[in-house]
Design a protein around this ligand. Structure first.
Ligand code: ZN
Length: 162
């Protein structure tokens, strides 16, 4: 188990366009494992490689249904829109209202390099959009409608770092 450090907003790696992964080498497999370990260690529902300082197009997600790994993910289609609260492990202690598509269709490679295609809605769709944004240097502060006030005592808002 190897938990990596999370890169915090202000670091330029979070602003770069991440590089595609040409093939799943041993090194990439190890990186994916470390990303999963790191996501679980920090109680995130998702993590993108740039968040541990690696500018590669890899995301991991677990919305409570087991781990999902996507290498070189591509957004094929999206529809609907919904505003909900998001946090980000790279932006500690802050949450924002963000508008996202409610349904997405995404393709990419899994951790073995096999082509996958999936449709998602709800939290999984939101997490996919959030993590794919990281690969293009986009952070939730760029998309926020407004920040969730910390002093409001709004305990109904669940913390979900991604
Ligand atoms: Zn994030």
């Amino acid at each position: 188990m190897a938990v990596r450090n999370i890169v915090i907003i202000g670091d330029e790696v979070l602003r770069k366009t991440a590089e595609p992964v040409p093939r799943i080498t041993k090194r990439i497999s190890k990186l994916i494992k470390d990303m999963l370990d790191t996501m679980y260690a920090f109680d995130g529902v998702g993590l993108a490689a740039p968040q541990i300082g690696i500018s590669k197009r890899i995301i991991v997600i677990d919305v409570g249904e087991g781990p999902l790994v996507l290498v070189n993910p591509v957004l094929l289609d999206s529809h609907g829109e919904e505003v909900d609260v998001e946090g980000c492990l790279s932006i500690p202690d802050k949450r924002f209202y963000i508008k996202r598509a409610t349904h997405v269709e995404v393709s990419g490679l899994d951790e073995k390099g096999r082509a996958v295609r999936l449709e998602a809605e709800g939290l999984l769709a939101r997490a996919l959009q959030h993590e794919m944004d990281h690969l293009d240097g986009i952070l939730i502060v760029d998309r926020m409608i407004s920040e969730v006030a910390v002093s409001s005592g709004n305990e109904a808002v669940e913390e979900e770092g991604v």
